[in-house]
Design a protein around this ligand. Structure first.
Ligand code: NDP
Length: 297
């Protein structure tokens, strides 16, 4: 059994991205990300801080906007409009969840699709479905990278995704399908979850329930990817998979923490760089991608 080292793989991708960001900066383009935090949810504050830190490490430009819990939808939409028009900002990330007086979908729809680095806008969701998106949903795309980095074949494999959220489960299934896997999606109404999971060559769990996936639910030699992030009573983080048991049966397994999480942030950085490249004018593209910039259009 091998433990997939998400931290190490993320560091390698980060290094490639740093070089790409440097090449862009040498030509006067600094990819810029605006991160918007509303309210005082402590977990959201940590996620936002980590995203800012990742921008700093890669030399990307970051702007952080913090709003109080009682912010109105109009105030937030006003900021989004300004950021949509701001040429220094290539990506806009509004940290979810938002307070209940704000309609999340309205906010997501207000972000210009070219600046939607989370890939949540319906336009980009549609492009993911068709298979021609510039940006990809961060967590699912991070998982594809992890599998590829470990040389795990996806083509033709039986993949089971547990969880059908718009953020993880559904786009995960779609990306696996584009990689020619045979995909089953499970959710809270699935009958015989254990039986379905046991069919998986690659089992991906994104539910948010500690200990949901036990050893009897895993086929010997399966690859197990744990997206879940749960807080144990002692305050420590754990996933959805019973790691100690399942690691004895799996061929590969991601730990929590240190598996999928680090890749999600790196994919956000990748999307910001891709968004910056996509937003160059035709003239800038001609100038930057001709010659020996080392960049690919
Ligand atoms: P959601 O709560 O939006 O979705 C959870 C899904 O799990 C739903 O589809 C739900 O089914 C399904 N589910 C709930 N109970 C069961 C069950 N007993 N059996 C089978 N399926 C079940 O969560 P997210 O997708 O946003 O996140 C999932 C987990 O991943 C969370 O722990 C989250 O913190 C973590 N996460 C981690 C990230 C990372 O970078 N590591 C990034 C994003 C999320 P139904 O639709 O029927 O209700």
């Amino acid at each position: 059994m091998s433990i997939i080292d998400g931290k190490m793989i993320a560091a390698q991708v980060k290094e490639q991205l740093r070089q790409e960001a440097d090449s862009l900066k040498e030509r006067g383009i600094t990819p810029g990300l605006a991160v918007v935090l509303v309210g005082d949810d402590p977990a959201s504050a940590i996620y936002v801080r980590n995203k800012e830190k990742a921008c700093e490490e890669l030399g990307l430009y970051a702007e952080k906007y913090t709003f109080p819990e009682d912010t109105s939808q109009e105030q937030l939409l006003e900021l989004i409009d300004e950021l949509n028009e701001n040429p220094a900002i290539h990506g806009i990330l509004v940290q979810l969840p938002l307070p209940e007086q704000i309609d999340e979908q309205a906010v997501i729809r207000a972000i210009h699709p070219e600046k939607d680095v989370d890939c949540f806008h319906p336009f980009n969701v549609g492009r993911v479905m068709i298979g021609n998106s510039t940006v990809k949903p961060c967590t699912p795309e991070g998982i594809i990278h992890l599998l590829e980095a470990c040389g795990i074949e996806i083509d033709g494999k039986e993949c089971v995704v547990v969880g059908r959220s718009n953020i993880v489960g559904k786009p995960m299934a779609m990306l696996l399908l584009h990689h020619n896997a045979t995909v089953t999606i499970c959710h809270s109404h699935t009958e015989n979850l254990a039986e379905v999971c046991r069919r998986a060559d690659i089992l991906i769990c994104a539910v948010g329930k500690a200990g949901l996936i036990t050893e009897e639910m895993v086929k010997p030699g399966a690859v197990v990817v744990d997206v879940g992030m749960n807080r144990r009573e002692d305050g420590k983080l754990c996933g959805d998979v019973d790691f100690q048991q399942v690691k004895e049966k799996a061929s590969y397994i991601t730990p929590v923490p240190g598996g999928v999480g680090p890749m999600t942030i790196v994919m956000l950085m990748k999307n910001t760089i891709e968004a910056a490249k996509a937003q160059l004018t035709q003239q800038e593209k001609k100038w930057i991608f001709s010659g020996n910039s080392g960049l690919s259009g």
